[in-house]
Design a protein around this ligand. Structure first.
Ligand code: NAD
Length: 314
């Protein structure tokens, strides 16, 4: 069976990908520096390498694991960190990714599946945002995620290293840290379970496109088997307002209570919706976890384990 190296496999999305790969019979290696990831999320059947993707030691990981294909999910994932320290963001997300690509080329890997983001598009000019939408990222994070897409194209053209870029909308599900700014689901669940009022910025009518992490993991596996090199959005293609999301979570938890309203955050996108038409056609993939049941599972998981990070988080 193929050997798949998952970078960021101790993280929220990467660990679900590692689980899904093992369930499909793949041999799995995980490389993660545990900066936001957790060792206990790495399934015991996977080979684990604690290593920074920017470090020269990454070569030894490739030499030892000998991957056939790569799923590259390791990243600095916070927009606010990228704004405060764009160089740090670029070091991990661009230079670290470049090292992953170089090693993939040198070690003869056949394919790389890359976790990109809706952040590459910037403010939507129309909805739903499809893959042909103009690329105008408005954060260093969006720029760094998009830069790697260019390198992937180049490596495919020059060296025949195939790729699939998956641009996720807002991913949610079990194991998401509530400290992550994008994790509004985890943040709401955490506050409500702690008996604290959730905070809504602005009127709560802003919308997001929530996709369950298990659907994202499945798309990654299908991307490994896809015969071409392409870019896809991975999303639910459904718009949910922050107010509606909170209502659904309150119903799930069985609480009502106070909500704190704060001023709208500067630069916040008012509506977000990604078209998933292309991935539906190409992979025969569709979102299988609806928001209500996904939230139910997430709440029940958080009740068991909590969402607070174990280390390395503000
Ligand atoms: N969560 C979302 O909604 C979302 C949306 C779009 C794209 N993405 C992308 O999906 C991927 C996974 O994100 P996530 O939400 O699971 O975040 P996460 O922080 O849980 O996962 C990232 C993982 O990468 C590891 N990592 C960070 N820097 C590293 C380094 N220098 N070397 C090795 N490992 C390193 C972290 O320890 C962590 O385990 C990222 O590439 C992110 O940009 C996430």
């Amino acid at each position: 069976m193929e050997r798949i190296l998952v970078t960021g496999g101790a993280g929220f999305i990467g660990s679900h990908i590692a689980d899904a790969l093992l369930a499909e019979g793949y041999k799995v290696g995980v490389v993660d520096d545990l900066s936001t990831g957790k060792r206990e999320r790495v399934p015991p059947e996977a080979a684990f390498y604690q290593c920074d993707i920017c470090s020269p030691e990454l070569e030894a990981v490739f030499a030892d694991f000998q991957p056939d294909k790569i799923i590259h999910a390791a990243a600095q994932v916070r927009v606010s960190t990228s704004l405060a320290n764009p160089e740090f963001d670029a070091r991990i997300n661009i230079l670290g990714s470049l090292q992953v690509l170089e090693l993939a080329r040198r070690f003869g890997c056949r394919r790389i599946v890359y976790s990109s983001s809706a952040a590459v598009y910037g403010n939507p000019q129309y909805l739903p945002v499809d893959e042909g939408h103009p690329i105008h990222p408005i954060s260093p994070y969006g720029i760094s995620k998009h830069t790697v897409e260019h390198y992937l194209y180049m490596y495919q053209q020059l060296y025949g290293l195939d790729y699939v870029v998956l641009r996720y909308s807002n991913v949610y599900g079990p194991r998401q840290d509530s400290s992550g700014e994008g994790g509004v689901v985890a943040i709401f669940i955490d506050r409500l379970l702690a008996g604290e009022p959730p905070i809504i910025y602005g009127d709560g009518c802003q919308t997001r496109d929530f996709i369950n992490v298990k659907d994202v993991a499945r798309a990654n596996i299908l991307a490994l088997r896809y015969g071409k090199s392409r870019i896809f959005n991975v999303s639910s293609s459904a718009e949910t307002s922050v107010n509606d999301l909170l209502r659904l979570i309150q119903i799930e938890i069985g609480c009502q209570g106070k909500v704190i309203h704060e001023a709208e955050r500067p630069g916040e996108i008012s509506r977000s919706l990604l078209s998933n038409r292309e991935v539906l056609r190409a992979f025969n993939w569709k979102p299988e976890v609806d928001l209500e049941s996904g939230l139910r599972e997430t709440v029940s998981e958080v009740r068991k384990t909590g969402t607070k990070p174990s280390k390395g988080e503000a």
